[in-house]
Design a protein around this ligand. Structure first.
Ligand code: C2O
Ligand code: CU
Length: 555
C-alpha cells in the first residue's frame, strides 16, 4: 500500500472514531486548550494523563545502557496518586483510577514508527480500544476519553500496531492500569507500599547490553523503518535469538529468526519490574502482590520454593468470591493474578524464591533450532524475597471477598451450539478457523448482537501438517468473560496434567491459557458498545503472524 493510501485510510478510521464518540471536542481542546467550555462533553474529566512513547537509553545491567522504548508520563490534571511515573526500569507508569472516573489519556507518538495503545481488560467503546486500524504515525497524538466501568482489578496497557506489537512490547512499552472501587475498599486489603504490582518478562541481551529481538526483515514481514540504525543494528547483528550461538552464518540465523518471529520469542533473562535478578525486602506482614505476565510468549508455573501454598484473591477482571489456595499457578502471557501473602508466616531473615516450575507442553523451538539457554517449561527463579527483621504482624484475610455468582451458560443465545474457533497453522501463518488477520473483516461466525451472551469454544487440537498444536493464550478485547470448562484429548494428557492444578478459571477473565490438545469454553456478554473488536492469541509473535481476528458487535 502506498503511503498516501495508508494515510487516507488512517484518516477515515479516525474520522469515524471521532464521529462515533464526539472525540472532536477533545481534540479541538487539545489543540487549543480552553478548559471546561466544551458544550457537549459528556462529563468532566477526573484524570488527564499524557503518555509519550519514545526511545530512551537506560541502565539495566552494568556497562553500556540499553536502548528501550518507553512510555513517559505526565499528570495533566487529577489526584496526584493517579500516576506513578514508572513501574521500574523501562516500564511505563502505573495509572490508578477509581471505578466511575472519567479519564482522558493523550498518546503522543515519538517513536520512529506508528503505534496505538490498547487498554487490556477494560470495557471501552470501539474507538478507545486501540485496534491497529487506529494506529497513529510518528509525531501524531491520539486522544482517549472513556469512563472506567470495570470492577476493581489489575488491568494494563500496551501497544497494538499491526504486525509490530511483539517488537514494541519487547522494547519496553507497557504499563499498568489499576482500578479500585468501594466493594474492594471495604475489605481493607493491603494498600500503599504493601500493594505491589510485579510485571514479569523475559528478555535476551546481546554483548552490548542491547535487547535482541528477531527482525521482521528476516521473516519476510513488512520492511521496518531503517532510519533507526542503533536498534536495528542491535537486532540484526546480535547473537540472534535462536540460531546465533550454535549455527553460524546468516542463513541459519535468518531461519532461526523467522521461526522465532512465528513460534514465539523467549528471552533467557527474567526481569521483574524491568530489573534483572529482582529482589524484594518485605516486612513480616500481609501484602497484596499483583502479578502480570507481560512476556511476549513465555508462560510461568509460579510457586514458592519451599512449597508453601499461594493464596489467590483475584484474576484478570478483579477479586474472586473467596480466596483460593494453590500449590502453583499458571500465568500465560497477559494474564494477571492477585496474591495475598502473609509474610509473618516465615521467620524474619527467611530468603524465599518465587520460581517457575518445570512443565510439559511448552514450545519445542529450543530443541529444534539448537537451543535457547532458558527453554519453555524449564525451572528457573523469578523473584527473590527477603523477609525483613523486625516486628511481625500476623494478619487475616476475610473468607468471603466479593459477590461473584457462578456463570450461567443458559444466558447464551447459542447455548445449544457453542461457536467453535479452531486455532490453526497454515503455510507458515497462524489463523483462527484457517483465516489469519484481516484488518476490517469479520465473518458471520464472528458477528454477534449487542446485548447478547454467547458461548465460544477455543479448540487447540487441530492437526497441522508439520507439528502438533502448541500452547496459546487467548484474549478477547473489550470485555471480561467467564470460563465454563475445559477438556483435553487423551493424546495431550501429559501436558495438561502438568499444569491443570494451576488454572484459575473461577474468576472474571480476559485471557485464557489453552494448552495443546485442550478445548476451552467461555461465556461472553457483548454489552454497551457496538463495533469491531479483536480477539487473538497473546503470545505476541503468534498475534503478529496471524493468530488474531476481529469480531463485530452489531447494534
Ligand atoms: Cu493485550 Cu489485543 O491485547
Ligand atoms: Cu498463540
Amino acid at each position: 500500500m502506498t503511503n498516501k493510501k495508508r494515510r487516507v485510510l488512517i484518516h477515515s478510521a479516525l474520522a469515524s472514531a471521532i464521529a462515533a464518540i464526539g472525540l472532536r471536542d477533545f481534540n479541538a481542546e487539545a489543540r487549543n486548550p480552553v478548559r471546561g467550555s466544551s458544550g457537549d462533553a459528556p462529563s468532566a474529566i477526573d484524570v488527564h494523563i499524557e503518555l509519550r512513547a519514545a526511545e530512551e537509553d537506560i541502565a539495566i545491567r552494568p556497562g553500556k545502557k540499553t536502548r528501550v522504548w518507553r512510555y513517559r508520563s505526565k499528570l495533566v490534571s487529577g489526584d496526584a496518586d493517579a500516576l506513578e511515573p514508572s513501574l521500574g526500569g523501562y516500564l511505563g507508569p502505573v495509572i490508578r483510577v477509581r471505578r466511575g472516573q472519567r479519564v482522558r489519556i493523550d498518546l503522543i507518538n515519538e517513536l520512529p514508527e506508528s503505534t496505538i495503545i490498547h487498554w487490556h481488560g477494560l470495557h471501552v467503546p470501539e474507538a478507545m480500544d486501540g485496534h491497529p486500524r487506529f494506529a497513529i504515525e510518528p509525531g501524531a497524538r491520539y486522544v482517549y476519553v472513556f469512563t472506567v466501568v470495570n470492577r476493581a482489578g489489575s488491568y494494563w496497557f500496551h501497544p497494538h500496531p499491526h504486525g509490530r506489537t511483539g517488537k514494541q512490547v519487547y522494547f519496553g512499552l507497557s504499563g499498568m492500569f489499576l482500578v479500585s472501587d468501594d466493594e474492594e475498599a471495604a475489605l481493607n486489603l493491603p494498600s500503599g507500599v504493601h500493594d505491589i504490582p510485579l510485571v514479569v518478562q523475559d528478555r535476551t541481551f546481546d554483548a552490548d547490553n542491547q535487547f535482541v529481538y528477531p527482525s521482521a526483515n528476516m521473516a519476510g514481514g513488512r520492511p521496518e523503518n531503517t532510519g533507526n540504525r542503533g536498534m536495528m543494528g542491535g537486532m540484526m547483528g546480535g547473537d540472534g535469538m535462536m540460531g546465533g550461538k550454535n549455527n553460524n552464518g546468516m542463513r541459519m540465523r535468518g531461519m532461526g529468526q523467522m521461526m522465532a518471529r512465528m513460534m514465539g520469542v523467549l528471552g533467557d533473562r527474567i526481569l521483574v519490574n524491568g530489573q534483572a535478578d529482582a529482589r524484594l525486602s518485605l516486612e513480616g506482614r500481609s501484602y497484596r502482590l499483583r502479578l502480570l505476565n507481560a512476556s511476549n510468549s513465555r508462560m510461568y508455573k509460579l510457586a514458592w520454593d519451599d512449597g508453601s501454598p499461594l493464596t489467590v484473591i483475584g484474576t484478570d477482571g478483579g477479586l474472586l468470591e473467596r480466596p483460593l489456595q494453590r500449590t502453583y499457578i499458571m500465568l500465560a502471557p497477559a494474564e494477571r493474578v492477585d496474591l495475598w501473602v502473609d509474610f509473618s508466616r516465615w521467620p524474619a531473615g527467611t530468603e524465599l524464591t518465587l520460581q517457575s516450575l518445570a512443565f510439559e507442553g511448552g514450545m519445542v523451538m529450543g530443541g529444534m533450532m539448537g537451543g535457547t539457554p532458558l527453554p519453555d517449561g524449564a525451572q528457573f527463579p523469578v523473584l527473590k524475597v527477603r523477609v525483613a527483621q523486625g516486628a511481625t504482624n500476623a494478619a487475616s484475610l476475610p473468607q468471603r471477598l466479593v459477590e461473584l455468582p457462578p456463570p450461567n451458560p443458559r444466558l447464551a443465545v447459542n447455548f445449544n451450539s457453542p461457536k467453535v474457533f479452531n486455532l490453526t497453522m497454515g503455510m507458515m501463518v497462524w489463523g483462527i478457523n484457517g483465516r489469519s488477520f484481516d484488518m476490517h473483516g469479520a465473518t458471520a461466525l464472528e458477528t454477534v448482537r449487542l446485548g447478547t451472551h454467547e458461548i465460544w469454544e477455543f479448540r487447540n487440537d487441530a492437526q497441522s501438517g508439520m507439528m502438533g498444536p502448541m500452547a496459546h493464550s487467548m484474549h478477547v478485547h473489550g470485555l471480561q468473560f467467564r470460563v465454563l470448562g475445559r477438556s483435553v484429548s487423551g493424546d495431550y494428557a501429559v501436558a495438561h496434567d502438568s499444569v491443570k492444578a494451576g488454572y484459575l478459571d473461577e474468576g472474571w477473565k480476559d485471557t485464557v491459557l489453552v494448552m495443546p490438545g485442550e478445548r476451552v469454553r467461555i461465556l461472553l456478554r457483548f454489552a454497551d458498545y457496538p463495533g469491531l473488536f479483536l480477539y487473538h492469541c497473546h503470545m505476541l509473535e503468534h498475534e503478529d503472524s496471524g493468530l488474531m481476528r476481529n469480531y463485530l458487535v452489531k447494534a
